[in-house]
Design a protein around this ligand. Structure first.
Ligand code: RIB
Length: 284
């Protein structure tokens, strides 16, 4: 029994609509919403707080049943406002301990650990993490997990190579810079904060020569988007259950919308999974 006076839609705001990870999240959300006869309105924040705030206003004016969003930066004031106005809200791809909101996230520290541990297990010792901005919690947590794995290994090092955004272009630029380094300065393994960055690294490092992937440099991505397995060198990645994140978030939202005062908010955290492919074949 959904509340009267509301439109038959849910608002979803993602960080980057061109990233297939978020397309899959949206697909999961849409499929689940359709089961209850609802549609999903999609907004793209582009990691910009003003755009996020504008979409939240718009969704409220459209009297949506609730909003799902992947908050940018410190979203506290926007979250407080949603709570004050009684708009059911679920945080997507962002853990929280705030009892006022349900959340659906993936353990990114565990994911970062899995990625770096795998690179170390294949014999690499000079690791670099590529991604940014660092205030994006996904980036900070994945880097923290990788640091934990490297700290366990006496002779291993981890360099942080920052990017402004998690895009193919930024990955390619980092890959080109790494190509120019002397062999002693070059990492022998790269952990990209997501698959788009990994694809860019792969382009720069495997298609021009003289370096090869995984011979000179191994690469791990994050998300396991569909293109990861179809890459020129199939990409090892950390899989997130993207569609399940979307469908679970809608589920929680609908349960809250049905009984806002009784429904106990839930904090779901999925575990990521390592998917091994050719881009990290062991050193021979
Ligand atoms: O937008 C940032 C990244 O966080 C995405 O690629 C995906 O990995 C998400 O979890």
């Amino acid at each position: 029994q959904l509340r009267a006076g509301r439109s038959l839609s849910i608002g979803l705001i993602v960080l980057d609509v061109s990233n297939p990870f978020f397309t899959d999240v949206a697909r999961g959300a849409e499929d689940r919403a359709a089961e209850d006869g609802l549609t999903v309105l999609l907004g793209n924040s582009d990691e910009n707080e003003d755009r996020e705030a504008a979409y939240l206003d718009l969704f409220e004016k459209q009297r949506v049943h609730g909003v799902l969003f992947s908050p940018v930066g410190d979203a506290q004031s926007r979250l407080d406002a949603l709570h004050r106005r009684g708009i059911p809200t679920v945080l997507v791809d962002r853990p929280t301990t705030d009892e006022r909101f349900s959340s659906v996230a993936v353990d990114d520290v565990a994911g970062g650990y899995l990625a770096a541990r795998h690179l170390l297990d294949t014999g690499r010792r000079r690791l670099a993490f590529v991604g940014g901005p660092r205030d994006l919690h996904q980036v900070a947590d994945r880097l923290a997990g990788a640091t934990n794995a490297v700290d366990e290994t006496a002779d291993a090092t981890l360099e942080y190579i920052a990017t402004d955004a998690l895009t193919v272009l930024q990955g390619r630029q980092v890959g080109e810079a790494i190509r120019e380094r002397d062999a002693v300065e070059r990492p022998d393994a790269l952990f990209a904060a997501n698959d788009l960055v990994a694809m860019g690294l792969l382009q720069a490092l495997s298609m021009v020569g003289p370096l090869t992937v995984p011979g000179d440099v191994a690469i791990v991505g994050y998300d396991d988007i569909d293109f990861a397995s179809a890459a020129v060198v199939p990409l090892t990645s950390i899989r997130q259950p993207s569609a399940l994140i979307g469908s679970t978030a809608v589920d929680l939202l609908l349960r809250e919308a049905e009984a806002p005062d009784e429904f106990e908010r839930q904090h779901v955290v999925f575990q990521p999974e390592l998917v091994v492919r050719d881009s990290t074949a062991p050193k021979v």
